[in-house]
Design a binder for this molecule. Structure first.
Ligand code: ATR
Length: 286
């Protein structure tokens, strides 16, 4: 057989994943002999699937919900290699076999978050104070990214304040947890405001108001949402109305895919406006 490198995305369910669209776009663009496919797994079958990657003919792949944390726990308890981001975030979204066929795991969400801002609001990391809304899995990746890029004050606000406190304990003294009722008082000092909550991700199409007064923000503040359906969330709409620079979440999805593709297919792919449009068009059709 020719040198056909095969990669996957696995989850439960996996059919909604846009990763095949992204990676197959790049495979075609770079004219590579490779494949990228969606593989649905069961909770029981997933660990074995990961252990048998090479036997199943894969060079690596992406791991999506609900297996990201499972993959972390499995990696954590074994001799497998985990990168710093995966260890700190507590989730693995990308795996690959190294030259010695040893399984490696990483988390590229923090990279995707930073690379998206680098591309659209290049001076974003000159700010040192951030307000992060939400304390779920995505928030962990965002906080890791902010600390890596030199933020020294991160106010973390969450409806369930205990979850925010747990993250503050995990990440250390630069992260301060607060409940949502004080969120407005933290807006003015923030150079970067990040929404990681599912608020404004309206499934019924009804316009929702985002519960934060963005009119209080500094005029140079940047607002970014990691949610990309809809493309302009209630949070981003309000930020735009308040005159802030806004960065939507599609770019994070695209950029987080770059390191995986490079590991599997040995070419560092480019996030192009054509690829962005492909994903946006797909969102409109689904
Ligand atoms: P993810 O992994 O995408 O971050 P998650 O772990 O389910 O998903 O976290 C969702 C986040 O959205 C949480 O911060 C959640 O707040 P709670 O921890 O209090 O549940 C937040 N969220 C979801 N719906 C919300 C709502 N109606 N109001 C405020 N926050 C909400």
């Amino acid at each position: 057989m020719a040198d056909l490198r095969r990669a996957f995305v696995t989850g439960l369910p996996v059919k909604h994943s846009r990763s095949p669209l992204i990676h197959n776009y790049w495979l075609k663009k770079y004219n590579l002999q490779g494949s990228y496919q969606a593989v649905e797994n069961t909770t029981d079958g997933f660990p074995q699937f990961l252990t048998n990657l090479h036997e199943n003919g894969f060079v690596g792949g992406n791991i999506t919900l609900p297996f990201k944390e499972v993959a972390f726990q499995k990696f954590d308890q074994s001799a497998y290699q985990l990168d710093e981001a995966a260890r700190s975030i507590g989730a693995v979204n990308t795996v690959w076999l190294d030259d010695k066929l040893k399984l490696q795991g990483g988390n590229t969400d923090a990279y995707g978050f930073s690379a998206n801002l680098d591309a659209i609001a290049p001076d974003w990391d000159k700010k040192k104070n951030a307000l992060v809304l939400g304390a779920g899995g995505a928030s962990r990746a965002v906080i890791f990214a902010l600390l890596q890029r030199g933020f020294t004050k991160i106010n973390l606000v969450n409806r369930t304040v205990e979850r925010a406190q747990a993250l503050a304990t995990h990440f250390g003294s630069m992260v301060t947890a607060s409940s949502w009722d004080v969120a407005d008082s933290l807006v003015a000092e923030a150079g970067l405001i990040v929404n990681t909550t599912s608020l404004g991700m309206s499934s019924d199409g009804v316009e929702e108001r985002f519960p934060l007064n963005l009119q209080l923000a500094d005029s140079s503040a940047i607002a970014t949402d990691i949610v990309y359906i809809p493309l302009e969330t209630a949070f981003l709409k309000q930020a735009k109305n308040a005159g802030l620079v806004t960065v939507d979440g599609v770019g994070m999805l695209l950029h987080q895919a770059v390191p995986g593709f490079e590991h599997w297919f040995k070419i560092r792919p480019e996030v192009t406006s054509e690829l962005r449009q492909l994903i946006i068009d797909d969102m409109k059709n689904s």
